[in-house]
Design a protein around this ligand. Structure first.
Ligand code: ADP
Ligand code: MG
Length: 485
């Protein structure tokens, strides 16, 4: 759709320009980069217009690689640049459009960043392109590319049910809470995309609580608070991300409370996300807290090993990047708690392999993991995990494999089992075997008990895990075990 292609290109170009401005001298930016104009985004190709053949060759010879690396980091996927040289009259028009409003690169960046704060209600027939941009939805986040696992299946099902209901939802509002990088934004956006695709006329709005706050402040400044209230109250489906940022913003909370109530009373769907459970939201009006918790509340846990591998494989398939099982395993073994970090390692790997024409060697992956997390990549064998855990709890390693039901031994055993489910690719049954032939259900019970404590932010468990993970990384660093991958 041409409108989407053009506006996506402009948006992406302004982000690229902003990031690139920090990397090159202002003069080079003004001379070479600023005269380029975004044309369209076609799949993974961003088309830019250059004012002359010479200009184009200069960019291709000097800047293109760095720009593509930035694009890859911004988008999480490989976007290539393509240049077109404008015909003379188009060139003049493009130049005028480019230089008139701003003299310096900095000014131009500011101008490009200024987006309309509140979109007008469109009176005519809204089309998908308009709906998507009005809704502030990113078409990348879909249910189709959201990988389901034990950790997120309930949240996903609840979101899908809300997206599929065109009338009053049985659970309103829906609140999803989860740590960072576990898929909250993805799910909220997927609901919006699903609804808009089925009914482009539906008034869907995705807003982070920060954006809501900014819009509100802007409306106060412009004496347009009535427009603001009317706008937010005219929505059919309101998606508000990261509500924890409303904390201690009293006026914004009051405004949100009123918008919320109007929508709620009119049976409109509301979906919220938070990085913590409702009862831990500090700095909130009690009325809001009770509204937030009055519908369905669900959480997303960190993904298990299989889900992590499946997410990597799905991304690689989307990008047509040949990701071997061994490489996926190595990444998924080391990045356990945050899908954004998991994707970060993958994207960097893909960028380095494709742009610098490097093969995905273990050394390269280790280096990327080390850079991103400070951890050393390598998979500790089961014996090492048992040894390190036993040592940490001052127990003989045989105690973990033995029959004792003593409290402290059972606890250490549960920790070792949980670590093994995260750090090794072994099945639950195999892991049970490493602990004196215990049943797979014992491993499940251990993992769930320990993970519940972690989710409840039990500080001593969190510290224990950090210490154990550090020790296991150090073992790898010393190369004390030649068997590491
Ligand atoms: P949050 O909002 O919870 O911080 P995001 O929704 O931004 O996390 O997710 C971080 C990244 O991980 C995004 O690129 C998202 O697409 C991806 N992601 C998260 N969960 C999944 C999943 N289950 N399947 C596929 N990708 C996922
Ligand atoms: Mg988010």
């Amino acid at each position: 759709m041409p409108e989407i292609e053009a506006s996506a290109a402009t948006h992406l170009w302004s982000r690229l320009l902003e990031a690139f401005a920090a990397q090159i001298p202002e003069q080079s930016l003004l001379t070479w980069i600023q005269p380029l104009t975004p044309q369209r985004l076609e799949g993974s190709l961003l088309y830019l217009a250059a004012p002359s053949h010479f200009h184009r060759e200069w960019i291709e010879g000097h800047y293109i690689e760095r720009m593509e690396v930035i694009l890859c980091e911004l988008c999480g996927e490989q976007i290539r640049l393509r240049f077109e040289v404008l015909a003379r009259n188009e060139e003049i028009a493009a130049h005028e459009g480019n230089t008139k409003p701003a003299q310096s690169a900095k000014k131009r960046l500011t101008a490009q960043r200024m987006m309309p704060q509140i979109n007008e209600a469109s009176g005519g027939q809204p089309r998908l392109a308009a709906s998507l941009s009005e809704s502030r939805l990113n078409s990348r986040y879909l249910f189709d590319n959201f990988i389901e696992g034990d950790s997120n299946s309930f949240a996903r099902a609840a979101c899908l049910a809300i997206a599929d209901t065109s009338h009053r939802s049985p659970w309103n509002p829906l609140l999803i809470y989860a740590g960072t990088g576990l898929g909250k934004t993805h799910l909220l956006q997927a609901i919006g995309n699903h609804v808009v695709r089925r009914d482009p006329k539906a008034r869907v709005l995705y807003a982070s609580s920060e954006k809501f706050t900014q819009d509100f402040i802007e409306s106060v400044k412009n004496r347009a608070t009535t427009d603001f209230s009317q706008y937010y109250r005219s929505i059919d489906l309101l998606l508000v991300d990261d509500i924890q940022f409303f904390a201690a913003k009293e006026r914004t909370q009051t405004e949100f409370f009123h918008a919320f109530n109007t929508l709620y009373q009119n049976g409109k769907r509301i979906v919220l996300s938070s990085d913590r459970p409702v009862n831990e939201l500090a700095g909130f009006d009690e009325r809001l807290i009770s509204r937030f918790g009055s519908g369905l509340v669900t959480n997303i846990d960190p993904p298990d090993y299989e889900t992590r591998v499946a997410i990597l494989k799905e991304r690689a398939e989307e990008d047509k990047f040949p990701l071997s099982n061994e490489v996926a395993d190595l990444i998924a073994t080391h990045i356990t708690n945050n899908i954004r970090d998991l994707e970060g390692v993958y994207v960097t790997l893909m960028a380095r392999c494709q742009l610098l024409k490097l093969p995905p060697t273990r050394e390269l992956i280790r280096e990327i993991i080390r850079d991103k997390t400070g951890h050393v990549a390598g998979r500790p064998p089961v014996e090492k995990i048992q040894e390190v855990v036993a040592d940490y709890f001052h127990l003989p390693v045989e105690a973990l494999r033995g029959k004792s039901r003593k409290k402290e031994i059972v606890f250490a055993r549960m920790i070792a089992m949980t670590l093994m489910t995260e750090l090794t690719p072994h099945s639950l049954k195999t892991i049970g075997n490493f602990f004196g032939g215990r049943d797979h259900s014992t491993v499940i019970h251990a993992r769930d008990t320990i993970n519940n404590l972690r989710t409840d932010n039990d500080q001593s468990i969190i510290d224990t895990f950090q210490a154990l993970e550090r020790r296991l990384s150090l073992c790898t660093l010393k190369g004390s075990n030649g068997g590491y991958v």
